[in-house]
Ligand binder design. Structure first.
Ligand code: SF4
Ligand code: SF4
Length: 206
């Protein structure tokens, strides 16, 4: 696996959403269009064992954008070949070729492509091409007060942080070859992934 990727350190993320806002600000995204979303996850339970109460309760937040996949489902579903995977690994939408059918949004397991009503085309994270051209990190990385986000070539990120690319309730990263590195939260549920649920689904699933 090659190309640019994000590192998401879930153990450091406080869920403040500065990354989400910085992304909206950098790209002029109107209300409801999110290229980066902070997902709130919770689960677990209290159980009684004799006179003791035992807890498996947990909560964490994951800051998600397009995973710039190795085998992008968005790209293969597009009837006009408007989505391309560039040599640097970034998966990009060509607004001139997009007809706004939204197939890519339905095909993406992460729901990353977002419809732009003003242009009638799909839009998504472009890894902050303008910021990188100016020699700066992507806006979300710069904005994070806890340094929970980082970016760089996937092989370098994996050498530093490992190869985890999935965390409940995210889909299996192997499905599309998600080009991402995730550091897990300090406390994860020892229960099955079925016990994990979204806490802010009304906010992020639009
Ligand atoms: S996360 Fe979704 S939009 Fe991004 S490259 Fe993968 S399939 Fe395409
Ligand atoms: S800015 Fe950093 S700490 Fe705040 S939600 Fe985003 S990743 Fe988490």
């Amino acid at each position: 696996m090659t190309g640019l990727a994000f590192h998401i350190d879930v153990s450091s993320c406080s869920g403040c959403k500065a990354c989400q806002l910085a992304c909206k600000d950098a790209h002029g995204l109107e209300a409801g269009r999110l290229w980066r979303r902070v997902v709130e996850v919770e689960g677990g339970e209290w159980t009684r064992k004799g006179n003791a109460w035992c807890s498996t309760v947990f909560a964490y937040t994951i800051s998600l954008s397009c995973m710039h996949c190795e085998r992008p489902a968005c790209m293969t579903s597009c009837p006009t070949q408007a989505i391309v995977k560039r040599a640097d690994g970034v998966v990009a939408v060509d607004g001139g070729a997009c007809i706004g059918c939204r197939y890519c949004g339905w095909a993406c397991p992460y729901g990353a492509p977002q419809f732009d009503a003003a242009t009638g085309t799909m839009s998504k994270c472009d890894f902050c091409a303008d910021e990188r051209d100016a020699g700066r990190p992507p806006a979300c990385v710069s904005a994070c007060p806890l340094r929970a986000l980082d970016w760089g070539p996937i092989d370098q990120l994996q050498a530093r942080h490992g190869t985890l690319a999935q965390l409940p309730p995210l889909p299996d990263g192997a499905q599309t070859g998600a080009t991402v590195v995730i550091s897990p939260p300090a406390r994860m549920s020892p229960l099955s992934p079925d016990c994990v649920q979204l806490a802010n689904d009304e906010e992020i699933l639009r």
